[in-house]
Design a protein around this ligand. Structure first.
Ligand code: NAD
Length: 484
């Protein structure tokens, strides 16, 4: 295991380390021991102003946006190589901060950000900046040009801090934008590994800047007069507020928000494979993943069978120290979040739900923000446990009559982020996928694809990340009209 540097005293601004203007710090708390094991400086508005000023200078005067796509791609590849060397450090840092099982962190937080930088380096190099169209109705031609939007204020949550930051940083830098990243206060430490990689890669000064802080610092960044675009991943309430502010400013914004996605189990599904698949599709990262299928819709004829199998699967998941390779369920990221999850479980019980497994903190464990994998039955889709995002290891198993009913239940949600269908007939699965109101959907599994858009409908957000659409989100289009 690598040892992470857990006390940090400066910010990465304008290409190097910069002393904070204030003296406040943010403690880094281990979700396993509940003890403080490090700290990072908390930014003041002056630090945010300095970061935005550096990003603005890098965008407007230092030539980043004017580099050829191939030259920017070369910078991104060097950055990716340096990040690759530090992948294990980053994964360990994330697991220490938020309790993500280390086997998952190695892929999602260590390797995946490197892959995504390389993907956008390749994409920007192969995407023409300009195309010429024949004009109409008058004869002539039009050059349609893609230009970088400018300074991006990027705000990340704590659940997958490294990859969700990179969802923004990689396409933004590829497009020629510059970035000020504000990680979540629970997970600021791992972003120092990103900064070290940027320094080692000689990323030009001001192209990427990182400041730490909570919602107030986030608000300052979102409304900053020199920020040109906001990219946010987090909760729906915060997204609504950010959307209001950006609407008033007429500032482009991407909002990746919460979810309460459905798993539709069809009557022809293989029970064992389906329940095995749900362990990942519904509980990845201890359920702290936005697109989890946490409402499990089961045909009435097979309800009891599935309820027993899903409950048994949840009860069998190894819970414990997230640094242990074999652990599937770690502690939740913070004490505050653990309390919220427990209170939603309590509310589910009060509303008449039956807990078939879990329902509290594991017995015999006297430290760590643990919540047992929990399954609710005996409620319908109107119960809060079926409607509200829990963001923890809590599933609700609901009964349906026929496929139309299942689709109606899946769509009866204020959210629309992910979802899955489980069937032995993939064509039937795709038919169901076409009818569910959501931004992404998996047939017999759920896996993001760097090359295809990801995002939500309804209260799950606006805009898309990943794929060419994720690059376009950092570009303005300009039409240049030429007479014949
Ligand atoms: P959160 O909204 O509390 O915080 C997210 C980030 O926004 C943090 O950095 C926080 O400091 C900052 N912030 C909060 N309020 C702000 C405001 N008004 N202005 C500016 N910044 C503000 O969310 P969280 O608890 O960190 O993350 C969990 C939530 O994120 C869940 O709802 C989850 O579904 C969602 N999420 C969505 C996706 C997606 O891609 N759709 C991915 C991961 C997580």
């Amino acid at each position: 295991m690598t040892t992470i540097e857990s006390v940090r005293t400066s910010f990465y601004i304008d290409g190097g380390w910069r002393a904070p203007s204030g003296s406040a710090t943010i403690p880094v708390i281990s979700p396993l021991t509940e003890q403080e094991f490090g700290s990072v400086p908390e930014a003041t508005t002056a630090d945010v102003d300095a970061a935005v000023a550096a990003a603005r200078t890098a965008f407007r005067s230092s030539g980043w946006r004017d580099l050829s796509p191939a030259d920017r791609a070369a910078h991104l590849r060097r950055f990716a190589d340096e990040l690759d060397k530090r992948a294990e450090d980053r994964a360990s840092a994330v697991t220490s901060e938020n309790g993500m099982p280390i086997a998952l962190a190695r892929f999602a937080e260590g390797a995946a950000p490197v892959q995504l930088l390389r993907y956008y380096a390749d994409l920007v190099e192969s995407t023409p900046v300009e195309e010429t169209r024949t004009s109409q109705p008058l004869p002539g031609s039009t050059i349609v040009r893609r230009e970088a939007i400018g300074v991006v204020g990027a705000i990340a949550p704590w659940n997958f801090p490294a990859i969700l930051s990179m969802f923004k940083i990689a396409p933004a830098l590829a497009a020629g934008c510059t970035v000020v990243l504000k990680p979540s206060p629970e997970t600021s430490l791992d972003a120092y590994v990103l900064a070290e990689a940027a320094i080692a890669a000689d990323l030009p000064a001001g192209v990427l800047n990182i400041v730490n802080g909570g919602s107030e610092i986030g608000r300052h960044l979102v409304s900053h007069p020199h920020v040109d675009k906001v990219a946010f991943t987090g909760s729906t309430p915060a997204g609504r507020e950010i959307g209001r502010v950006c609407g008033e400013l007429i500032r482009p914004v991407t909002l990746e928000l919460g979810g309460k996605s459905a798993a539709l189990i069809l009557d022809d599904a293989d029970l064992e494979q389906t329940v095995g698949g749900l362990a990942t599709a519904s509980l990845l990262n201890t359920g702290q993943t936005c697109y989890m299928s946490t409402r499990i819709l089961v045909p009435g004829s097979r309800y009891d069978e599935y309820l027993d199998a899903i409950s048994a699967m949840c009860a069998s998941l190894p819970v414990g120290d997230p640094m242990d390779e074999n652990v599937a369920v770690g502690p939740l990221a913070s004490g505050r979040h653990r309390d919220r999850v427990l209170s939603l479980i309590e509310r589910g019980r009060t509303e008449g739900g039956t807990v078939t497994t879990g329902g509290g903190t594991p017995s015999g464990v006297d430290r760590g923000f643990f919540v047992e994998p929990t399954v609710f039955a005996g409620v319908d889709n109107s119960a809060s446990i079926a409607r509200e995002e829990v963001f923890g290891p809590v599933l609700t198993v609901l009964r349906y009559d026929d496929v139309d009913d299942a689709i109606a239940l899946a769509n009866d949600s204020s959210y629309g982020l992910g979802g899955t269908v489980w069937t032995s007939d993939p064509d039937r699965g795709v038919d169901v996928a076409r009818r569910v109101e959501t931004g992404s959907f998996g047939v017999n599994y759920f896996n993001l694809d760097w090359g295809s858009p990801f995002g939500g409908v309804k209260a799950s957000g606006i805009g898309r990340e990943l794929g060419p659409e994720g690059l376009a989100a950092y570009q303005n289009l300009k039409s240049i009209f030429l007479p014949a």
